[in-house]
Design a protein around this ligand. Structure first.
Ligand code: PLP
Length: 376
């Protein structure tokens, strides 16, 4: 039986032509017109003014920390339920993450706990250097409240939208919130450049600075003059060509991921002990990954039993991100709350969600999950 992957790349057929164009023009590196066009097209899609294409989403987060003026010894708030890159970038500038729990309704940063933490720090005369909000598994965090809270406390907000290209909050797309937002185009994302990322913002000055830092921080001079530490973080023209080919079919890809979710929901939602990551009324999730929550007391077996049963059928699935406050590397970091994320981790499973999944493959996943169900 052929393997069903969690979220593999899905080529559109346009990529080769665009990569060929880059080769024919001899612009394979450095940078080049494909990069400029990819930046423009992604910004148009999101509805934001400025963007800089980078080597990865993690590089974009690192630059966001530097541009938010986060310094060694500072503290930065970050949801505990996220992929490690959100927190790792905080440490790259010598700062310390402080983790905040999420809510059951959003699986994203809990605005009440965020406010509590910022207020508590304020009472002690301390100020957080920044807040990172994450749009988990394709769903926007509650920006109406989070932006307001950050404004009241005077703390810059960074949107880690690595997983949520195409999601919406109200009438705006993911990527339009906070001072800057981060996207990833690694191999398992809704669209991929094989590896890559982007930093976007309404503020042209921030993106110009990011571009400067990402290109080795060269001061204007014919010789190589440097007054700042720089990074080699830009995306190559070849990878941008792949991204442009992918972006041509973004609406189809988003629709396919939503269709996966709907198929799974129809088939599994009535089963005792199975529930789905909720979709919040303020926006539309891109359903990058379809995530279920398994309650073993009603389903009869645990999340891990389902994962192993899927694996035995050559189907890849993955537990929900292990919360950062449970990770050995962050064990010394503070956390506010944490039990919601711990419970989601204990019962949460990401089902195969690739945009090329066939109905037969979806059926294979569903019947394997259903076969795990045990009534006592
Ligand atoms: C929430 C989140 N932030 C950041 C990243 C980092 O992106 P990249 O893999 O492009 O460095 C990822 C994905 O890998 C992610 O899921």
């Amino acid at each position: 039986m052929s393997r069903i992957y969690l979220s593999p790349p899905h080529l559109s057929g346009y990529e080769q032509e665009l990569v060929g164009e880059a080769f024919r023009s001899n612009w394979i590196a450095p940078l080049g017109p494909m990069v400029d066009a990819f930046e423009r097209e992604i910004c148009e899609f999101i509805g934001i003014q400025h963007g800089v294409a980078l080597a990865s989403g993690t590089a974009a987060l690192h630059l966001a920390m530097i541009l938010s003026n986060v310094k060694p010894g500072d503290e930065v708030l970050c949801p505990t339920l996220t992929f490690s890159a959100s927190a790792n970038a905080i440490t790259y500038v010598g700062a310390h993450p402080v983790f905040i729990d999420c809510t059951y309704e959003t699986w994203n940063l809990d605005p009440d706990l965020l406010n509590e933490e910022l207020a508590a720090q304020g009472r002690e005369g301390r100020k957080m250097a920044a807040v990172v909000a994450v749009d988990l598994y394709g769903q926007c965090a509650d920006y109406g409240r989070i932006e307001e809270i950050c404004k009241v406390h005077g703390v810059p907000l960074i949107e880690d939208s690595a997983e949520a290209l195409g999601a919406t909050y109200g009438n705006e797309k993911a990527g339009c919130f906070g001072q800057m937002a981060v996207f990833s185009f690694n191999g398992n994302k809704t669209i991929t450049t094989s590896g890559g990322g982007m930093l976007v913002s309404k503020d042209s000055d921030l993106i110009s600075k990011a571009r400067f830092l990402a290109t080795q921080a060269r001061d204007p001079a014919a010789h190589y003059e440097h007054s700042t530490i720089g990074y080699n973080y830009r995306m190559s023209n070849i990878l941008a060509a792949i991204g442009r080919g992918q972006l041509k079919v973004i609406e189809d890809r988003l629709a396919a991921r939503r269709r996966n979710f709907e198929y799974y929901f129809e088939a599994l939602n009535g089963i005792p002990g199975i529930s789905f990551m909720p979709e919040v009324s303020y926006g539309r999730s891109s359903r990058w990954l379809t995530c279920i929550l398994v309650d073993p007391t009603h389903f009869g077996v645990a999340r891990e039993d389902i994962r192993l049963a899927l694996e035995a059928e050559n189907i890849e699935s993955r537990p929900i991100w292990k919360p950062m406050h449970m990770q050995p590397v962050f064990s010394k970091c503070r956390v506010r709350g944490g039990s919601v994320s711990e419970n989601l981790f204990a019962g949460g499973l990401c089902l195969p969600s690739g945009s090329q999944m066939t109905v037969e493959e979806l059926h294979r996943v569903v019947s394997t999950v259903k076969n795990c169900y045990r009534t006592s």
